[in-house]
Write a protein that binds this ligand. Structure first.
Ligand code: PRP
Length: 222
C-alpha cells in the first residue's frame, strides 16, 4: 500500500485512547492490539489503510504538525500550550471538538491560603504549573501578578511544601486535590479533546479524512 493511502492517527495512552475507541468504531475502525499489554508504538487496526501511533499527549500536536501522523486527538490544554490560544497555526487544522476526556483547568490552593484576599490586595502569588501559557494569560487578564514556577507533574506537592501559593492544574473528579488538602478556588476553562488534522494530509488524502471526520462527528458524545 502506498503511504499516500495510509491514514496514521496519533493518540496518547489512557483516557484519550479509551474514549477515542467508540469514535473509531463509528468509522468502522477497530484497534486490534491492546496498548496496555504491549510496548508497541505502532498499532494496527482491522483496516489495512489505518494505523494508530502512540505518543505522549503533549507530542500529539507536534507529530500531526510535522506529518508524522495525518490526524490526532489532543486536549484543549495541550493545544493551547503547543501553539497559543488561537491554535489553528503551523499546519494544524482543528475541525472538531470531540467532547471526550472532559475536565477543567483550575486554580487550587492550600485550604489555609486566603486566595481572595491575596488577589484583592494585589499580592504577588507564586503559582506552580505545567500549563504556563494558560496560567500566564489567565492571571494577566485578571491583572494579578504571579511568579510562575514551571513543573512537569505532581503540581499538588508544591503548595504543600511551601514552593508555591497556588497551582494551575487539570481537575476531573477533584480526588487528587482532596487527597492533598487543596481546594479549587477558580475555574479557568472547561477542557475536552479535539481532533487535529495535518493541513497537507487534508489536501492529499481529502476523501479518506473527510469520511473519518464525518464518522467521528456522528458519534460525538452529548
Ligand atoms: C491529572 C491532573 C491531576 C489529576 C486530577 O493528572 O494533573 O493530578 O489528573 O484528576 P482528579 O481530579 O480526578 O483527581 P493525570 O493523571 O492526567 O497525570 P499527569 O500528572 O501526568 O497530568
Amino acid at each position: 500500500m502506498s503511504p499516500f493511502s495510509m491514514i496514521t492517527l496519533a493518540l496518547s495512552k489512557g483516557r484519550i485512547f479509551e474514549e477515542t475507541l467508540p469514535l473509531l468504531a463509528a468509522a468502522g475502525i477497530e484497534v486490534t492490539e491492546d496498548p496496555e499489554k504491549s510496548r508497541k508504538l505502532i498499532l494496527s487496526t482491522n483496516r489495512p489503510d489505518v494505523r494508530v501511533v502512540l505518543v505522549r499527549a503533549t507530542d500529539v500536536p507536534t507529530y500531526v504538525q510535522h506529518g508524522g501522523a495525518d490526524i490526532g486527538v489532543a486536549g484543549k490544554d495541550t493545544l493551547i500550550e503547543h501553539s497559543g490560544s488561537n491554535g489553528d497555526h503551523d499546519g494544524l487544522y482543528q475541525p472538531l471538538d470531540l467532547n471526550i476526556a472532559k475536565c477543567r483547568m483550575s486554580v487550587a490552593v492550600r485550604a489555609d491560603f486566603d486566595y481572595a484576599t491575596a488577589v484583592k490586595q494585589g499580592s504577588r502569588i507564586r503559582v506552580a504549573t505545567k500549563y504556563t501559557t494558560i496560567a500566564s494569560e489567565h492571571f494577566a487578564n485578571k491583572g494579578v501578578h504571579v511568579d510562575l514556577i514551571k513543573l512537569y507533574g505532581s503540581m499538588e506537592l508544591a503548595p504543600l511544601i511551601g514552593v508555591a501559593d497556588a497551582i494551575v492544574d487539570l481537575v476531573s473528579t477533584g480526588n487528587t486535590l482532596k487527597a492533598n488538602h487543596l481546594v479549587e478556588v477558580e475555574e479557568i476553562m472547561q477542557i475536552s479533546s479535539r481532533l487535529v488534522v495535518n493541513q497537507a494530509s487534508l489536501k492529499l488524502k481529502r476523501e479518506a479524512i473527510r469520511q473519518l471526520i464525518q464518522a467521528f462527528e456522528s458519534a460525538i458524545p452529548a
